[in-house]
Write a protein that binds this ligand. Structure first.
Ligand SMILES: [Ca+2]
Length: 323
């Protein structure tokens, strides 16, 4: 697993229902209730890094959504000209509007509130059974598919981040290689290179346990801890498309056609020896607790079928900023 840096972070994908194209209208979902701590957090919970109340300060005329940090509008460098894989090239300038991004990965505690509200389905029971050390209330929720992540974010009146947004939150405007800068990962900065096992310390840490590794806008665990679902379909040719300056990939129809062409030309995959996907998969970003340091680089692009529910994959939410 550690040597397979892209395409599939695990072979643990189960034969779960493919819900990717069938999720309900956001407008039909019940709104998130005020979270009753007694319901949402039945276990003893102590956040390693409680949400900073200062996030509720005024930012211009827009109040910061609780638990979210702003990424300002403007241009940044996406991708790289050297290193990594072909789908990370070339380095190019992307311009984005301002947006909000959750400071941390969504926790089990937060996700459980959505399950109690009967909006979200529970995270995967087999993951919880095999990796109980990853199930603490303040650990990032894992065992959730792309639809689960999207449902949760919509319930919170948010959305999943785009690849370009996530990469900007990691790199800022100085094209850094990791959220904290260009130094290689250390155990102080983030969670990575762990020998996966069932116990505490063999998978994730509670969110926000490594403040020295925060990104340029203050977000925790952008590299390491868990991979994170992106809103975008995975498009290996995204950086060469006319929409690249906006950080936008093609739609699923064009992506499927591109994958068919790769297969017809005898390519095993866009890079490496991985098979060419035969469905429209979704991008994931950031690396995880079981990955080697090079897998945590900001430009690394990996993808999975939407139904994937595994121990090393979670998410956080984003939101448009008004100005
Ligand atoms: Ca992460």
């Amino acid at each position: 697993m550690l040597t397979s840096r892209r395409s599939r972070v695990s072979n643990l994908t189960g034969p779960l229902l493919l819900l990717s194209l069938l999720h309900c209208s956001r407008d039909n979902r019940p709104p998130p209730p005020a979270i009753d701590a007694a319901v949402a957090a039945p276990a003893a919970t102590t956040y390693a890094a409680p949400i900073d109340a200062s996030a509720d300060t005024e930012t211009g005329t827009e109040r910061a959504p609780s638990g979210m940090l702003r990424v300002p509008a403007g241009s940044f460098t996406m991708g790289a000209d050297r290193g990594g894989e072909a789908d990370e090239r070339p380095a190019h300038t992307v311009t984005l509007d301002a947006f909000w991004l959750d400071r941390t990965e969504v926790t089990h505690e937060a996700y459980r509130a959505c399950v109690v509200a009967k909006v979200c389905r529970p995270s995967a029971a087999d993951v919880a059974r095999q990796y109980p050390g990853s199930q603490g209330a303040s650990h990032p929720v894992n065992g959730v598919g792309w639809d689960d992540a999207q449902t949760y974010c919509a319930w919170m009146r948010k959305r999943l981040p785009r690849e370009a947004e996530f990469e900007k939150a990691v790199r800022g405007t100085d094209a850094r290689r990791y959220p904290w800068g260009n130094d290689k990962p250390t155990q102080s900065l983030t969670v990575f290179a762990r020998a996966t096992g069932p116990d505490v310390g063999q998978t994730t840490d509670p969110v926000g346990s490594h403040p020295d590794g925060r990104g340029p806008y203050g977000h925790d665990d952008l590299a390491g801890n868990l991979w994170e679902w992106m809103d975008d379909p995975y498009d290996p040719f995204a950086y060469g498309r006319p929409t690249a300056p906006e950080g936008k990939p093609a739609g699923c129809k064009e992506i499927l056609a591109a994958q068919d062409n790769l297969r017809a030309s005898g390519r095993h995959g866009f890079t490496g020896s991985n098979p060419v996907p035969d469905e429209c998969e979704r991008a994931i970003r950031g690396g995880a607790f079981n990955y080697p340091p090079e897998g945590l680089r900001a430009t690394n692009r990996v993808h999975h079928p939407t139904r994937t529910r595994i121990v090393m994959l979670g998410f956080r939410c984003a939101m448009d900023a008004r100005r």
